[in-house]
Ligand binder design. Structure first.
Ligand code: AVJ
Length: 322
C-alpha cells in the first residue's frame, strides 16, 4: 500500500475565522439564522450518524439501497479514472462505488474531500489499505469554495451524495453547480444524490423524529458556538422546529427561544437578545423533482446522462456530463 497523499487547503484557523464570520452575520441579522455546516463537530457528526439509523429518517438508507441496485450501471456508464467524493464523511457509500468502479477496471485514483483533516486522514488511510491498487489523494477543503484545489488529470467523476445539495438555496446551488462545471473538463462527470419531493407526512417526521435525536442535532449548533466561541447559550431552552415549506419545497429547521434570553458570544464581543418565541433558521433541506434537478444541471451547462430513482420516488441519483 502507498500512504495516502493529503492536501490541506483549510486550516483550523480558517475554520475558526469562518465560524466567527458566519455567527456574527447570522446572529445580527433579522430574522436570525445559522448555516447548517456548523452542526458537525464530533458530537454533531455522531448525532447525524444516529439520525441516519432512525426509523423516520429514510434518505440515507434509501440512497444506499438505490446505489446498491444501480452502482453497476453507474460504473459502466461512467468508467472514470478518478473518483472525487465531496464531503466524503460516510464510508459505506464510498465502498459501494469503489467496488463497482474497480470491478469495471477504469478507476486509478480516489480523491476524498472533507473539511475535517482528522476524519479525512483516517478515512483515506483506511481506504488506501483496503484498495492497495488505488492511489488515494485526500483534499481538506470547503467544497463550496475550494473546487479549484482538486487534483486534475485522469477522467474524473465528482460524486456529491447524501442529498447535501439540498442545504443550499437555489442561488447557492446554481453557483455551486456552475463552479463544478467550470473545474471539469468536457466529458467528465458529476454524480449527484438528491432527496425528492414526497408526502410531507413522511418528510416532516424524518426531520422531527420521535426520539428527539434531530432536535438534539439541531441544538448542537448552539453547543458548538458555546465551545468554539465562548458563548453562553442554554441550548435546552431552545425548541426544535421542522416544517415543510411547500412553496420553496424545502424542509426548514429552526430553533425557537422558549423564553426571553440574552446570549453573550465572548469571542465576538457580541450580545444577542432573543424574544420569547423568536425563531432562528438553522438549516434548509431542499427536496427536488427530477425535472427540476435536470433543469438546474442544464442551466449550469451539464447534460444529464442518467437519472435513477428508488421505487417509492424518494431519492434520485443523477449522472451528469460536462
Ligand atoms: C446531511 C444535509 C443530507 O438535510 O437530510 C438530517 C442533514 N438535517 N437531519 C439532510 C440533516 C436534519 C442532512 N444532510
Amino acid at each position: 500500500m502507498t500512504a495516502p497523499l493529503l492536501d490541506i487547503h483549510l486550516t483550523d484557523d480558517d475554520l475558526a475565522a469562518a465560524l466567527r464570520a458566519d455567527a456574527r452575520t447570522g446572529l445580527t441579522a433579522t430574522p436570525k439564522s445559522l448555516p447548517p455546516k456548523w452542526f458537525y463537530d464530533a458530537r454533531g457528526s455522531e448525532l447525524f450518524e444516529r439520525i441516519t439509523e432512525l426509523p423516520e429518517y429514510y434518505p440515507t438508507r434509501t440512497e444506499r439501497a438505490l446505489l446498491e441496485r444501480v452502482v453497476g450501471e453507474i460504473a459502466a456508464a461512467a468508467r472514470p479514472e478518478v473518483l472525487v467524493e465531496l464531503g466524503s464523511g460516510s464510508a459505506a457509500k464510498t465502498r459501494l462505488l469503489l467496488d463497482a468502479l474497480t470491478a469495471e477496471g477504469s478507476l486509478k485514483t480516489y480523491v476524498p474531500q472533507d473539511v475535517s483533516t482528522s476524519a479525512l486522514r483516517g478515512a483515506a488511510t483506511e481506504i488506501a489499505r483496503e484498495y492497495p491498487q488505488l492511489g488515494v489523494h485526500g483534499v481538506v477543503s470547503d467544497f463550496t469554495d475550494t473546487l479549484h484545489n482538486l487534483p486534475r488529470g485522469g477522467r474524473r467523476m465528482i460524486a456529491f451524495l447524501g442529498g447535501t445539495i439540498g442545504n443550499l438555496v437555489p442561488a447557492e446551488r446554481a453557483e455551486f453547480l456552475a463552479g463544478i462545471h467550470e473545474v471539469l473538463e468536457p466529458g467528465e462527470l458529476l454524480l449527484l444524490g438528491a432527496g425528492l419531493v414526497i408526502d410531507p407526512a413522511v418528510l416532516v417526521p424524518a426531520y422531527d423524529d420521535a426520539q428527539g435525536v434531530t432536535a438534539e442535532f439541531n441544538r448542537n449548533v448552539l453547543h458548538v458556538l458555546n465551545h468554539r466561541l465562548g458563548a453562553d447559550f442554554d441550548p435546552d431552552r431552545f425548541e426544535h422546529i421542522a416544517l415543510w415549506d411547500a412553496e420553496n419545497e424545502w424542509i426548514e429547521m429552526r430553533l425557537r427561544a422558549t423564553a426571553p434570553m440574552t446570549a453573550t458570544i465572548a469571542d465576538l464581543d457580541l450580545t444577542v437578545d432573543f424574544a420569547e418565541g423568536e425563531q432562528m433558521r438553522t438549516e434548509i433541506s431542499a427536496k427536488f423533482r427530477p425535472d427540476g434537478l435536470r433543469a438546474e444541471l442544464a442551466e449550469a451547462g451539464f447534460t444529464t446522462a442518467h437519472t435513477w430513482t428508488d421505487q417509492d420516488g424518494r431519492f434520485a441519483l443523477v449522472l451528469a456530463e460536462r
